[in-house]
Design a protein around this ligand. Structure first.
Ligand code: GTP
Ligand code: MG
Length: 650
């Protein structure tokens, strides 16, 4: 097992352990009567974040560079054979995702290519199981698994007109490698997309591998360009040492890898075994590999350390036959070390940050409640202690004082009631701004603008209009969020001052990520369609499909923001609600104590004893809270594996 695979598994184990600890914490809160629904929701979210974390790696290249072979060698050598089909010529005909989703049976799901004739985007079709052709298999039966994988190679012939409409053929491209036969038909993939669901140990930890077909089929599937590839945590761009860097390699690099990916980009120079030669010295061969690496680095304008020369095929053979020497010659371990050094820690840092934030906020709310409770008990003891040996008048005086305090607090509660209703209106306004209804209207308007014109200007205007409307919504959202922040800050201050509550400052929220995402969609769109001038039927179809994908991406941004804002609005209200409730209960208890003391003699000592008991209980809860909290913090901070040694220069 390579360091990379182990690291991914260790990362999976870290997430599971942490999720379990947070689960225990939540159950303890519930048992101690300290959990309210927003608090539980927050812990559940942290657990889901840990459970549903995905680490995706996309393989992008011209055909026959060895993407599928590299996938076999990197991840699936433990099957003892080649699982993902890899062969001369075009092999992988449709984008293929390898993952494990326990909610689905083990098997392969295939989306027919004809769905390209409709406007529906891949993202929408994903949610429609009836559109897919499914084959289940026994995941322990390796032959059946291999057999199922063969479907990604299936092709058929369709008429040229149909291929044009599906965006699978471009007449205007003089050096298109696919040409119609004498019946005027073209060979196309049977499937538009494949999802292979297998409970392989690596995939079980959340790894998603995306294999893509070569031959620029990428361009025709906007979902890949707009979503799957840019959102992958790493993109491996594969070149072959025997082919060098061809014009089409550069084109794939420029269109699909270079723009959307700054970090997590790896260039693999595959098939270095082609340079091995028994009649030359190892030093000679290494020098030639170095030269090729330098030339690739120059063409792609990357530092040479980003180019990883390997032999996927020899690496696979070496792993299957446990040949350590051959494995080292394949140089695959160096690529694996680089992947594990960058990929896992980066992702872990992001997840750690998100979970830490959720947990710290939840912890702070409970901590504040327990502290207030402790303080109140101490104050009450002090108050009642002062009554020892005093006459009835002193007790009556105290009862009056508490009654006044309660009266004042009732006033503040009316203020809180008013705050709730203003807040409710603001909440509604925010929901409307990021609501899907509003976005649907924008999309409809843009679609109509596009339909009205077959000219490129109309298409550009439609798309541009949609982006502008989305940006306007987010500008409005920013000011709405600011209003809520101002209101809450004023409310926190006033309760702190008037009733000695200990509300910090309201939780901040930022829309930066959503805005950055909109920018990214805009840039990708510009890059692919900015220069479109002449609109042929197939370009029109392609643009429309692209538009639908853009619309889905924007909807994701809206939905994501809506979810984040919903959480935030709950979180911002929750400390004030819980502290007010606590304070109110406290006032009632104080008042009741004094009443009891007035009604019967001997109650003072009994009440003081009770208070001593509550104090002990709160102390105990507070200790338990801190113990559980520090267990979770220790887990959070744990680095699962020592940093692997630095990769030597290629
Ligand atoms: N000599 C040598 N051949 C390799 C190596 N890796 C892959 N190949 C061969 O190259 C051919 C293409 O490999 P694939 O894995 O199918 O390439 P691909 O990039 O997935 O190609 P498409 O699926 O068509 O896009 C196959 O015949 C492989 O056996 C390698 O490291 N060395
Ligand atoms: Mg392939």
């Amino acid at each position: 097992m390579s360091g990379f695979n182990e690291r991914i598994r260790a990362y999976g184990a870290w997430r599971t352990g942490l999720a379990e600890a947070i689960g225990r914490y939540g159950r303890w809160l519930a048992d101690a009567g300290l959990a309210d629904p927003p608090l539980q929701a927050r812990l559940t979210r942290a657990i889901e974040r840990l459970r549903d974390d995905r680490l995706s790696i996309a393989f992008v290249a011209e055909f026959s560079r060895g993407k599928s072979e590299l996938i076999n060698a990197l991840f699936f050598a433990d099957y003892g054979q080649r699982i993902v089909p890899s062969a001369a010529g075009r092999t992988t005909m449709c984008p293929t995702e390898l993952m494990w989703d326990p909610a689905q049976p083990p098997g392969i799901r295939l989306l027919p290519i004809e769905t390209r004739l409709r406007d529906a985007s891949l993202a929408e079709l994903r949610a429609a199981p009836s559109e897919w052709h499914g084959v289940t298999f026994d995941p322990h039966d390796v032959a059946a698994l291999k057999q199922a994988f063969e479907s990604v190679r299936q092709t058929k012939r369709v008429r040229v007109e149909e291929a044009l409409l599906m965006g699978l053929y471009d007449e205007t491209d003089a050096d298109s490698p696919i040409t119609p036969d004498d019946q005027d038909t073209i060979e196309v993939s049977c499937w538009r997309h494949a999802i292979v669901n297998v409970p392989h140990p690596l995939l079980e930890t959340g790894l998603v591998v995306i294999d893509t077909p070569g031959l620029n089929a990428l361009g025709a599937e906007p979902e890949l360009t707009l979503n799957l590839i840019p959102s992958a945590h790493a993109v491996l761009f594969v070149l072959a040492a025997d082919a060098g860097v061809t014009r089409t390699d550069v084109q794939v690099w420029r269109d699909h890898v270079s723009p959307s990916h700054r970090a997590g980009r790896f260039v693999v120079l595959n098939k270095i075994d082609g340079l091995w030669d028994e009649l030359r010295s190892a030093v000679d061969v290494d020098r030639e590999i170095d030269e090729q690496v330098a030339s690739v680095a120059q063409v792609l304008q990357l530092p040479a350390q980003r180019i990883f020369p390997v032999s996927a095929q020899k690496g696979l053979v070496a792993k299957v036959t446990s040949d350590a020497l051959l494995l080292s010659r394949s140089r695959l371990p160096k690529l694996e070390r680089a992947l594990s050094r960058e990929l896992v820690p980066n992702q872990q840092a992001i997840v750690r940050e998100q979970v830490r934030r959720e947990f710290d906020e939840a912890f702070a709310v409970t901590h504040a409640v327990l502290s207030a409770r402790k303080r109140n008990v101490v104050e009450q003891v002090f108050e009642l202690d002062g009554l020892r040996g005093k006459n009835r008048t002193a007790v009556e005086q105290m009862a009056r004082r508490i009654r006044v305090e309660r009266g004042e607090f009732e006033q503040s509660l009316r203020k809180l009631q008013a705050l709730r209703s203003v807040f409710g209106r603001q909440q509604q306004a925010i929901r409307t701004t990021v609501g899907t209804e509003r976005l649907k209207r924008h999309v409809r308007a843009a679609r109509n603008a596009m339909r009205a014109s077959r000219l490129s200007v109309g298409l550009a205007e439609g798309m541009g209009g949609l982006m502008a409307a989305a940006r306007a919504d987010f500008a409005r959202l920013e000011s709405q969020v600011h209003e809520v922040q101002t209101l809450m800050a004023a409310m926190y201050t006033s309760f702190n001052r008037e009733h000695a509550l200990t509300l910090g400052s309201p939780l901040p929220v930022s829309l930066r990520r959503s805005l950055a995402e909109l920018d990214r969609i805009d840039a990708l769109h510009d890059q692919h369609f900015g220069t479109l001038s002449l609109v042929t039927t197939e370009k029109w179809a392609l643009t429309r499909r692209f538009f639908e994908s853009v619309a889905v991406r924007i909807r994701d941004v809206y939905e994501q923001s809506a979810r984040e804002l919903e959480t935030w609005m709950r979180a911002v209200m929750s400390p004030i609600e819980s502290q007010v409730k606590e304070h109110q209960a406290q006032l009632r208890r104080r008042f009741e104590s004094v009443q009891r003391i007035l009604e019967a003699s001997g109650q003072l000592e009994a009440r003081l004893a009770e208070l001593e008991e509550s104090r002990a209980q709160v102390e105990q809860q507070s200790e338990a809270l801190h113990a559980l909290g520090s267990e979770i913090r220790t887990l959070l901070e744990r680095r699962d594996a020592p940093a692997p040694e630095p990769v030597e220069a290629a």
